[in-house]
Ligand binder design. Structure first.
Ligand code: HEC
Length: 309
């Protein structure tokens, strides 16, 4: 009670309300504290704040790996050119299935170019029932070219990733909508020549990145292990002339051993001697090694050969 009274004596609240500027004296320390707080926060987080051109949690797209499946390569089946000329029912049915899943959205159920996905496109997806106005053309070789390269500027994508047999099946199906120009032997011959259809295509094996990385690191691990083993031998060896010479002449023992493992191993003694004396630093030796005799270098060589075997 007493202190409150005292406070009221000291601070004249009434007066303060009348003259609000005087409040500043009380608010001022609070502002100072807040400012200092902000300042400390800013300095502590400076690295984050100054780097804040990107959201902190945005994924680093350079690091995103798209994994491929482990797949045995081989030769995609060659195309029987006779089937293209006289497509079987099954071939056309396969074409219809592929058309429905890949092309129908733009070119429409019956190839009228009225698919919903194509509604906004200009030019409109080709109406396969019309005869005129095709960009590439409606002969089989031109249609195949369209699927191979697309007509990108007009919104027609390339379908080069579909196996050539599948593309041929789709074309055979499209050709059932209306009467198309008959297939000429020259067209087939030129198609075959350009795209090697009757030979089939070689598809390389693919292995997932993770597997490849593991393989590499295993191999790398084996090499590292070999180097460290060889180093231990070297350190432990006593009174071996080769080992002593290496200890004396090596600038970088790791490099001596690793360059030996990675290639020198398969050289003859003479080649080893001339390579090392010509460019000692390259192989981890001190320049003085150039003055070593042939015998000394042979000792080094044979010692390295035994410890890296
Ligand atoms: C995203 C929509 C879209 C899809 C999906 C699409 N097309 Fe097209 N297609 C177009 C457009 C747009 C054109 C018209 C291009 C032009 O006139 O140059 C076109 C044109 C064509 C032409 C005629 C080329 C010419 O010479 O004028 C053929 C043939 C064709 N498409 C086949 C296909 C086949 C087969 C598929 C499925 C594997 C397919 N398209 C899927 C949009 C599409």
């Amino acid at each position: 009670m007493n202190t409150k009274k005292k406070l009221e004596d000291e601070i004249n609240f009434r007066d303060m309300l009348k003259n609000p500027l005087r409040l500043f004296g009380w608010v001022f320390p609070i502002i100072i504290v807040v400012m200092i707080g902000l300042g400390v926060y800013y300095v502590k987080n400076l690295s984050l704040i100054s780097l804040n051109t990107q959201p902190v949690n945005a994924p680093d797209t350079t690091n995103i790996k798209k994994e491929v499946a482990l797949k045995l390569g081989g030769i995609t089946p060659a195309i029987d050119m006779a089937v293209i000329k006289n497509p079987t029912k099954e071939f056309i049915a396969k074409g219809k299935t592929l058309y429905d899943s890949n092309c129908k959205s733009c070119h429409g159920d019956n190839g009228l170019g009225d698919g919903s996905a194509g509604a906004m496109l200009n030019p409109k997806p080709r109406n396969f029932h019309t005869v005129d106005g095709w960009t590439n053309g409606r002969t089989i070789d031109k249609m195949y070219k369209t699927l191979q390269e697309g007509i990108i500027k007009n919104g027609m994508a390339a379908y080069e990733y579909l196996p050539s047999g599948d593309r041929m099946a789709i074309i055979s199906y499209i050709r059932t909508f209306v009467e198309f120009p008959p297939i000429k032997d020259e067209e087939l011959a030129s198609l075959d020549q350009t795209y090697q259809l009757s030979k089939g295509t070689v598809v390389p094996n693919t292995i997932p990145v993770a597997t490849a990385e593991k393989k590499l690191s295993d191999e790398n691990y084996a090499a590292v292990k070999k180097i460290s083993e060889a180093k231990q031998f070297l350190a432990a060896s006593r009174e071996n002339i080769g080992a002593e010479l290496i200890k004396k002449s090596a600038q970088d023992v790791d490099k001596v051993i690793s360059s030996f493992i990675n290639g020198m191993q398969n050289q003859s003694v003479d080649n080893f001697a001339s390579l090392v004396t010509a460019n000692p630093l390259n192989y981890g030796f001190k320049p003085t090694v150039s003055r070593y005799s042939k015998d000394d270098l042979a000792q080094i060589y044979s010692y390295l050969k035994t410890v890296t075997m």
